[in-house]
Write a protein that binds this ligand. Sequence first.
Ligand code: PNS
Length: 165
Amino acid sequence: MTPDNRVAICPGTFDPITLGHLDVISRASAMFDELIVGVVNIPWRKGSTLFTAEERVNFVRNATMDLPNITVEPFSTLLVEFARQRGAMAIVKGLRAISDFEYELEMNQLNRQLASDIESIYLMASPQYSFLSSSGVKEIATFGGDVSELVPEPVARRLKEALAR
Ligand code: PNS
C-alpha cells in the first residue's frame, strides 16, 4: 500500500456468501481504493465447510464482478499476516447483533495484540440483512426452503444441488 492507495481486507469463511456479506463488501469497497475479500481456506479442517475454498472464492468473484476495486483471494494464514502481506491498513467486518459483538470483540483484541497497526472497522448490517447468516441459509436450503432472496442466484442454485435430499 502506498499513502495514496488505501487497501483493506474483508475476511470471512463465506460458506456461502450471502446478500448480507455482499452489502458489507460493497459498502467497504466505497471506503477504500482497494478491497481484498479474503476467503478462509483451512484444508486441514476438511469437511467443516459445505463448499470448497475454490467454490467459495468463485461465488464471491462472481457476485462482485461489477465492483472494480475488489479482488478475491483464499488465505490460510493468520488474518493479520494476510493483511500485512497485502499491505492492508484495515480489516473490515460486518456486525449484526450482540452475539456477533462478543465474538468480534475477542477477535479484535487478539488481532490487535498481534498487529496493533492494522485497524479493524465494523459496519453495521443493513436492517434487511440483520438476521441473515450462512448457517441459516444452509438450514433453510436443507429443508427445501427458498433462499433466492438471501444469496446470489448461482449460490441458490448450487445450494439446491448440494443439499438436495
Ligand atoms: O466468521 P468467519 O467468517 O468464520 O470469520 C473468519 C475470520 C478469519 C474473519 C475470523 O475467524 C477471524 O477474525 N479470525 C482471526 C484469527 C485468525 O487469523 N484465524 C486464522 C484464519 S485462517
